[in-house]
Design a protein around this ligand. Structure first.
Ligand code: PEP
Ligand code: MN
Length: 350
């Protein structure tokens, strides 16, 4: 159910409706929009008594939301979600493209700083790097853990880049939430519902990667798990799905982008690195992603990919990253977008 407040409804009226919903034993999710606030109701198995709600002051109407995902749906929130990063001009969603770049794994301080310096000088606003790695083999490099988080925090201090890194379980989630700006939940954890719920209790943006064989509905339901706990800052990421293809690691499903934009207000990034697994395919797919309406790109960059401890073959060189930025900057205006170059400090609203 969705309670649509009148355009002139006061904060007190919105608060009173939320309290009423909570007293009925449900959860209220106030979702401010450009014109008016809507309040999503979750936790109800059947119908909520709408008569009661319709008579509260400030309420315009009560609508039944039939989709399985509600808070992620455009039915509940019409405007695109734009996630801001306080103290900076960076955002994910909206007209500016967001670029997240960095190595698959943080391998050493030197490696991370070398790459960060280069992606920052090409104008990335976000730095990625795995501290906790979900590897297919238990014998493969598992990540530097806390040490990697500390290195990335230093990189944020030095270059201003906001940090995106993956949490793979409850333990790493607590650490990642403490050190990073965006919590990545990987493809293999897209349906780890207890992890999604825990991430939903945090107040940090969550970058949710599509599962290896997840449908669009399953993907949006995973986002709904996070949002249902009150964390509305979810960024989707298409990273390719498993198919019969033998020319690339996965198949990049760009057709999910317009489908997501149609059904959901959440931003969606594209990861051409894990989608293709091949360095030479990364730039063409990054261009296609922007042309398809993606809200940004997440890409693996390494200065010595031959020596990388994970995902070297799909990591592009820093100079290729610079080319990617120049190319997508040219494509962006064709699809009504802009590529900001670099991240700048702004005054934090007090
Ligand atoms: C990653 O981004 O390094 C990663 C492990 O991605 P995915 O979860 O999409 O495989
Ligand atoms: Mn990787």
């Amino acid at each position: 159910m969705l309670v649509v407040m009148k355009a002139q409804a006061t904060p007190e009226q919105i608060q009173a409706v939320c309290e009423h919903i909570e007293q009925l034993g449900f959860r209220a999710h106030p979702l401010p929009g450009a014109q008016r606030t809507a309040i999503g109701i979750t936790g109800n198995k059947g119908e909520v008594d709408r008569g009661n709600l319709e008579s509260l002051s400030g309420v315009a109407e009560v609508i039944r939301v039939s989709k399985a995902y509600k808070l992620a749906s455009r039915d509940v929130k019409e405007e695109d979600t734009v996630i801001q990063f306080p103290g900076t001009d960076a955002a994910i969603g909206g007209s500016n493209l967001a670029i997240v770049a960095g190595p698959c794994s943080i391998e050493s301080r030197d490696q991370a700083f070398t790459i960060a310096e280069q992606v920052a000088s090409s104008g990335a606003q976000f730095f990625r790097g795995g501290a906790f790695k979900p590897r297919t083999s238990p014998y493969a490099f598992q990540g530097l853990g806390l040490e990697a988080l500390q290195i990335m925090a230093e990189i944020r201090d030095r270059y201003g880049l906001r940090i995106v890194t993956e949490a793979i379980d409850n333990e790493s989630l607590a650490l990642v939430a403490e050190w990073a700006d965006v919590i990545q939940i990987g493809a293999r954890n897209m349906q780890n519902f207890s992890l999604l719920k825990r991430a939903g209790r945090l107040r940090k943006p969550v970058l949710l990667k599509r599962g290896l064989s997840a449908t669009l509905e399953e993907f949006l339901m995973a986002a709904e798990y996070v949002m249902s706990e009150g964390n509305y800052e979810v960024i989707l990421c298409e990273r390719g799905v498993r198919t019969f293809t033998d020319h690339s690691r996965n198949t990049l499903d760009l057709s999910i982008i317009p489908a997501v934009h149609h059904l959901s207000h959440l931003p969606i990034l594209v990861d051409p690195s894990h989608a293709t697994g091949k360095r030479e395919s990364v730039l063409p797919m990054a261009r296609a992603a922007v042309a398809s309406g993606a809200d940004g790109i997440l890409v693996e960059v390494h200065h010595q990919p031959d020596k990388a401890l994970s995902d070297g073959p799909q990591s592009i060189y820093p100079n290729q990253f610079a080319t990617m930025m120049d190319e997508i900057q040219q494509i962006a205006p064709v699809v009504g977008r802009n590529l900001p170059r670099g991240i700048h400090a702004t005054a934090v609203a007090g």
